[in-house]
Write a protein that binds this ligand. Structure first.
Ligand SMILES: Nc1ncnc2c1ncn2[C@@H]1O[C@H](COP(=O)(O)OP(=O)(O)OP(=O)(O)O)[C@@H](O)[C@H]1O
Length: 362
């Protein structure tokens, strides 16, 4: 039943004892969608997930699942009554049970448990390994078993808490795509917690960016990248630098890189000082341009190379160019701005990005 509201968090406040860790969170997830809670360490992602699972009571606000209030102040529906599945970072498999027995654990009373476990094994591509024990599997295989075990009872919602963070980069990339395919093929709704933006984007339909217990934005990956609502989201998602500018009209900004016109109108008066976000893909190589930048660093990414640039004024930028044109560090190159998505915020301090970039380590 796509597009039906499944999970609804209204002004949620929760924490530990008197401490309010998560403040005023509102978000909703439609049935069949995958949502993600993303943010630096300690910002309250796991606390929110635990409240959804029913492990933490809520101090204010409410959590509704399929129209039923499952948490509000003074009432917490027991976790086992929520029909919510969980997958943890450390897999949490039962070491004394085989893979097939682990998968069937949550459906022990089900007359069809063996058939379902066999189907789940196929679903996660472990068809031949049902008789093995967890210690005889790789980390990636163990996490597949944990996923199969969580899916076997057909939960209404699956919660995944940093499920790939014990795996190496290549495997986590592969498994995160695979998990999305599996969840989508079954129409399973899920909420993933991660501090890895690439993983959040690879898996999720909706992503919530957390900062200090607050939800800054709940939106699609596309909108978070191109239409961030706050400087923190702009800085935390993707790469880029802010440059100082001045509004000329509702959609044009005067900057030291020239006049930049975007595709959206701001209400600020002409003359207002703004910080404008320039992403690496907003800067293009233009050999004949009068605007010159010095290459001060580069990272080869395969198809493209990410260059760190510095203007004569000292302003820093990043640019992503196709990697076959290989420029040297120290070289001066001509650049041009090609930013359709004009993202600007009222000017904060002189080096807004610096402080923001430091706070995004997580
Ligand atoms: N059981 C607890 N008792 C008291 N405080 C806690 C408890 N668990 C977490 N906290 C605090 O709540 C805050 C949020 O923690 P939480 O685990 O929700 O963050 P997180 O965003 O999931 O971080 P990480 O990415 O590091 O897991 C932190 O300041 C943490 O110290």
């Amino acid at each position: 039943m796509p597009n039906h509201l499944l999970l609804n968090l209204r002004n949620l406040v929760c924490g530990y004892q008197a401490q309010r860790v998560v403040q005023n969170i509102s978000l909703h997830l439609n049935a069949g969608d995958i949502g993600c809670l993303l943010g630096p360490s300690g910002c309250g992602k796991t606390t929110t997930l635990r409240a959804i699972a029913g492990f933490e009571p809520v101090q204010e606000g409410s959590i509704e699942l399929a129209g039923e209030v499952i948490s509000r102040p003074g009432y917490t529906l027991a976790p086992e009554k929520r029909r919510i599945g969980m997958v943890f970072q450390d897999y949490a498999l039962f070491p004394h049970l085989t893979v097939a027995e682990n998968i069937a654990f949550g459906i022990r009373q089900h007359p069809q448990r063996e058939r379902i476990a066999a189907e789940m094994l196929e679903l996660v591509n472990l068809g031949a390994l049902g008789k093995r024990y967890p210690h005889e599997l790789s980390g990636g295989q163990q996490q597949r078993v944990a996923l199969a075990r969580a899916l076997a009872p057909e939960p209404r919602l699956l919660l995944l808490d940093e499920p790939f963070s014990n795996l190496d980069v290549e495997l986590r990339r592969r498994l995160s795509h695979e998990v999305r395919e599996i969840l989508k093929s079954r129409g399973t709704s899920a909420i993933l917690v991660t501090h890895d933006q690439e993983e959040a984007f690879a898996v999720s339909d909706q992503v919530g960016v957390f900062k200090d217990g607050h939800l800054e934005q709940w939106d699609t990956p596309f909108n978070l990248y191109h239409e961030p609502l706050t400087p923190f989201v702009a800085s935390f998602i993707g790469q880029g630098y802010f440059v100082r500018g001045q509004m000329l009209s509702h959609d044009t900004v005067q900057t030291e890189l020239g006049v930049i016109r975007g595709n959206r109108a701001y209400q600020w008066a002409p003359g207002t000082a703004v910080d404008m976000l320039l992403r690496p893909d907003d800067i293009v190589h233009a050999p004949d341009s009068a605007l010159q930048a010095r290459i001060v660093g580069k990272s080869f990414l395969g198809a493209a190379t990410l260059y760190r640039l510095q203007l004569a004024t000292g302003t820093h930028l990043e640019a992503l160019f196709a990697s076959h044109a290989d420029h040297r560090v120290g070289e001066d190159i001509g650049i041009r701005v090609a930013a359709d998505h004009l993202v600007a915020f009222p000017a904060q301090g002189s080096v807004a990005t610096q402080a923001l970039a430091e706070s995004r380590v997580g």
